[in-house]
Ligand binder design. Sequence first.
Ligand code: FW2
Length: 287
Amino acid sequence: MDIIAPIITPFRSGKVDVETFINHAKNIMKKGVDALFVAGTTGLGPALSLEERKALLEAASSVTRRVIMQVGFLNLYDVLALVKYAEKFDIEAVASVPPYYFPGLSQRQVAKYFRELCAATSLPVYLYNYPAAVGRNVDAEMAKAIGCLKGVKDTNPDLAHTLAYKRLMPEIKAYKGSDSLVMAFFAVGLDGVIVASANYIPDVLVKIRDAVLRRDVEKAKRLQFLINEILEVATPLGYNSSVYELVRIFQGYDPGEPRPPIYPLESEEREKLAKAVSRIKEALNKL
Ligand code: FW2
């Protein structure tokens, strides 16, 4: 069961800071992250240009071959250009959100999009299903009907929804993306988690996985609850922005800033987060 980081994209004065990205990737992989999900939601993928995503792909590939590259854009031409570029690297897979924003697409058109992606590459193609963000759900039945998907990253609190992919397509990889339920995803034997907290507390996720494998449910639960306490403070401040600050707090370095409209936290918000998290940090260190 893998711990996969939807890695943040560090910006400085509006530009992607590739060096910080590489250093961050190396650090979290040293601490137990198994693979990188690049240009996902936490990586602010939809806010990145084609050229920026190419640079991140190259940077991630210089750190590990275990890269899943999120290639969804609002137009197919950029998608295919990035997929073609990804072919140059020995990476694990490309993933895409379904076509988004436009509510008028038919199921046939959405399926056609994924089939075109599969036809364009010899790399495995994964579905990144995130209905709350994308406004469209590609459930297990539809994913199966598409016929060429090799994996799914399901971001959706409904565990049964994710298990259905595994039931209908036992051969594909199924990952889940909700920080508040990591222990449950390990307990039901999914292929792993792709969660933002892998950016700031990869070691805690490793401990949860170890505890679940040892069947130490109590310990897994105590660790999980501490993550959930972090989420309770961070979410109202803007979780995407807070992740940068949480990296600073837990990993002790400057990970750059997000890109507006994902605004960096303001100083009072940073103080509030740091204060609330210091007690949680102590409790995590004791476990
Ligand atoms: C990503 C993920 C994880 C998210 C989830 C929601 O790309 O950020 O879907 O943690 O914030 O895969």
